[in-house]
Write a protein that binds this ligand. Structure first.
Ligand code: FEO
Length: 352
């Protein structure tokens, strides 16, 4: 049973969602599942933009076969080689022996690493930044997007329908539920919470590279953004680009205080509550207080990106910082968050 969807003229969604997944990348909580998007354009030649995670391989191949309607698959563009999009490439190559694979030099190096026993050799078309592929009416331009989110990442621009196939960029956590477009889907009410959590945790380390991609995107006339995760964006595109510019620049979105607290018996939490109350009495609005033992680290990382001022309030443990607080601080440091005011509260009975 296939479930492919037409999204514009001869452009089809052939991806699928995994609702059983608990942790994306086996680390980030995704209580609403995860979508792995893949797109097919049917022109004189047919061209597929990326495959999917192995967890949704069956649905994907049914969707692809249904959308092709008996036609050959002429090209598969590999915008990103991470296995959540590329794990099914060898299966695709076996099912569609006529398909040629389009990627850059780094793409094909990784392809060999992931599929050492499968030879793609005479089926690979290597492209560089700005190269194009004409499939009939459509002409696709390939734009390198290194480190958004792996070194080989690139995006593809369809000049006919003004679609940017944006790889991981502009994606978000969560399964798709019938409505494929952000303005129609359940995401719309609270899109930014998970989009921010996705960006900051997955791509957050690569702010300068994100800005470099946005600069290239500025030159394109974009009507629709088709990411590899989450809903398709076709309205208020400038708002999404602005958010990415803020996140990529490590600028806070909220001039307020976020307190992260690690407490064992509740005393350090009491101090943190008193701090929050005092700040509120002083007129600070939008204060947040998180218990680091109870809150998903990816959510707190996203909040650290959102707030202007961070407080780390923690007990000591084995002569060092309380482990859940240590994990949060390590993550924030690894992601290169900057441009924040911060304060530290330490608490320990005998070895603070
Ligand atoms: Fe969705 Fe970097 O993979």
């Amino acid at each position: 049973m296939h479930n492919f969807r037409k999204i514009k003229n001869n452009v089809y969604y052939v991806g699928a969602s995994d609702r059983r997944i608990e942790l994306f990348e086996n680390i980030h909580h995704v209580s609403y599942g995860m979508s792995y998007n893949s797109y097919l354009v049917k022109d004189d030649d047919t061209v597929l933009f990326d495959t999917v995670d192995i967890s949704v391989a069956n649905a994907f191949f049914e969707n692809l076969a249904g959308a092709l309607g008996g036609r050959y698959l002429d090209y598969c563009v590999i915008d990103h080689m991470e296995p959540d999009h590329a794990a099914t490439l060898a299966m695709l190559a076996e099912r569609y022996p006529e398909t040629r694979f389009v990627g850059n030099a780094k793409t094909f190096q990784m392809l060999g690493q992931f599929f050492p026993s499968y030879s793609f050799a005479d089926r690979c078309i290597t492209v560089k930044d700005g190269d194009t592929l004409k499939t009939g009416e459509h002409e696709f331009t390939f734009v390198m997007a290194p480190m958004v989110h792996w070194p080989e990442a690139m995006v593809s621009y369809d000049a006919l329908d003004k679609i940017l196939f944006s790889a991981d960029a502009f994606g978000t956590f969560g399964a798709l539920s019938g409505n494929l477009f952000a303005d129609e889907s359940a995401f719309y009410a609270d899109y930014w919470t998970d989009a921010r959590r996705y960006y900051t945790n997955i791509v957050g380390k690569y702010g300068p590279q994100t800005l470099a991609l946005l600069k290239k995107a500025e030159a394109l006339d974009i009507d629709m953004i088709c990411p590899l995760h989450g809903p398709i964006i076709r309205e208020n595109i400038s708002e999404y680009i602005l958010k990415y510019r803020i996140w990529g620049s490590y600028e806070p979105e909220l001039n307020s205080v976020c307190i992260f607290c690690g407490s064992i018996y509740g005393d350090t939490m009491n101090v943190s509550e008193i701090l929050a109350s005092t700040l509120a009495d002083d007129g600070v609005r939008g204060i947040a207080l998180y218990d680091v033992s109870k809150t998903d680290t990816s959510r707190m990382v996203a909040e650290a990106f959102r707030y202007s001022t961070l407080v780390f309030s923690s007990v000591t443990y084995n002569n060092r910082v309380f482990p859940p607080m240590g994990e949060l601080i390590d993550d924030i440091a690894a992601l290169g968050l900057r441009n924040r005011s911060y304060a530290v509260i330490e608490n320990g009975t005998w070895a603070p």
